[in-house]
Design a protein around this ligand. Structure first.
Ligand SMILES: [Zn+2]
Length: 404
């Protein structure tokens, strides 16, 4: 909180500095102009009056009276690209400090100027959209982003802002549409996001159809899930939903194929689909097939600790204790730092009275954990280390390391 205030204050001082510098520069330049055209005096006084408003505005800012400052700034008679920039950054600063109402007032005031260039109007509209978004006025924010994009369809920041907004509102189809525009404009894809948006949009569509058509339960669509997999082949959730939809449609073999595809496309997450696979194989009346697939999966060198744990639990449930123990023994060699594996193995060994081995496994696991445990922690920044440093390498403060 204190740090945020400090940052806000520093930014304010910097902006005030910019305002002063630019106003000073403008007055100096205007004075030269007046000296040169000593006869055409009227425009000089307007500029002088304008500068007075700046200084009054800056004074109000410094004495922490932001509303009076805004009033003074917006009373400046003329506006040009320089002053618009100052207004914009002042508004953005208020937004950054969480004072959204003030930011909106400044940005609206800029937009209301008749003599504004197109690029400045777009910049002010974008700033206003950001204000509305931060202030929670989502409809107005969408409207402002759309106005920016109607002038400049490739405005990346506006596309990104609108995209995030649609996403936070759960308007998945719109979020997807804007994401695709952003991809076209920036040339940068975000396949993970796109895949999950496809899934959410597909589910929303299905929910809507389910509510509308009361007579027959609609058959689940497979297209959104397939599209998500095409965009991002590592999307575990897409395979899961696709397989579940296929199970609903009675396509058990296809479901099994898709659930097990994750073994190749995202082996680290395959364990998440084990219970879905078990269900599918049960529906296919193929218990043997399930066991064969799982045995193959855990035998692979890429088998994750979670997968080994998952299958050993299922083996244990079926009373196949010796197989479970054997699997866990291999698991702890493959993943010595995976405590849940060691824990499970110790429990199993205890159950079968192999106490000597249980103690040995527990000791090995504890030794490893202890050797990796940090010994000291910086009281200032939380940096952890096994050796003591009299000057913290992270926050650079002296003598802050306390033993854990
Ligand atoms: Zn530190």
């Amino acid at each position: 909180m204190k740090l945020a205030n400090l940052i806000g204050w520093t930014a304010l001082v910097l902006t005030v500095g910019t305002v002063l510098f630019r106003a000073g520069y403008r007055i100096g330049r205007d004075k030269d102009l007046r000296l040169r055209n000593a006869q055409g005096g009227s425009s000089g006084s307007v500029q002088h009056e304008e500068a007075t408003f700046y200084f009054r505005g800056v004074n109000f800012l410094l004495s922490d009276e932001p509303d009076k400052a805004i009033e003074a700034f917006t009373q400046a008679v003329r506006i040009n690209s320089e002053t618009v920039e100052i207004y914009l950054s002042l508004g953005n600063l208020f937004r950054a400090r969480g004072e959204v109402g003030r930011a909106i007032r400044i940005h609206q005031n800029i937009i209301a100027r008749p003599d504004l260039s197109d690029s400045n109007r777009t910049a002010a509209l974008f700033a206003l959209a950001e204000d509305y978004r931060q202030g929670g006025f989502f409809d107005r924010a969408v409207d402002s982003y759309r106005r920016v994009l109607s002038v400049d369809p490739s405005h990346r920041k506006a596309l990104a802002g609108l995209q995030a907004l649609h996403e936070s509102e759960g308007r998945w189809d719109l979020a997807l549409e804007v994401l695709r525009s952003l991809k076209r404009v920036s040339g940068q894809a975000d396949p993970r996001r796109e895949a999950h948006l496809l899934l959410r949009a597909g589910q929303a569509q299905r929910d809507a159809e389910g509510k509308a058509g009361s007579a027959a339960v609609p058959e689940p669509l497979l297209e959104p899930y397939m599209a998500a997999i095409k965009v991002y082949p590592g999307c575990v959730e897409a395979y899961r939903l696709l397989g579940e939809a296929q199970l609903e449609r009675g396509e058990v073999a296809a479901a099994i194929k898709n659930f097990s595809a994750v073994r190749k496309t995202r082996p680290s997450h395959f364990f998440l689909l084990v219970s879905a696979l078990q269900k599918a194989f049960t529906l296919a009346n193929d218990e043997k097939g399930f066991h064969k697939m799982m045995n193959e999966a855990v035998a692979s060198p890429s088998a994750s600790a979670r997968l080994i744990l998952c299958w050993s639990n299922l083996l244990e449930e079926q009373g196949r204790l010796e197989e479970a123990t054997q699997l866990l023994r291999r698991g702890v060699t493959l993943h010595p730092a995976a405590t849940p594996l060691a824990h499970r193995l110790v429990l199993l060994l205890k159950r079968s009275r192999q106490l000597e081995e249980a103690v040995e496994v527990a000791n090995r696991c504890l030794d490893l954990l202890t050797s990796r445990q940090p010994v000291f922690q910086c009281a200032q920044c939380g940096f952890k280390s096994q050796d003591i440093s009299w000057k913290c390498p992270q926050c650079q403060v002296w003598d802050t390391m306390e033993p854990l």
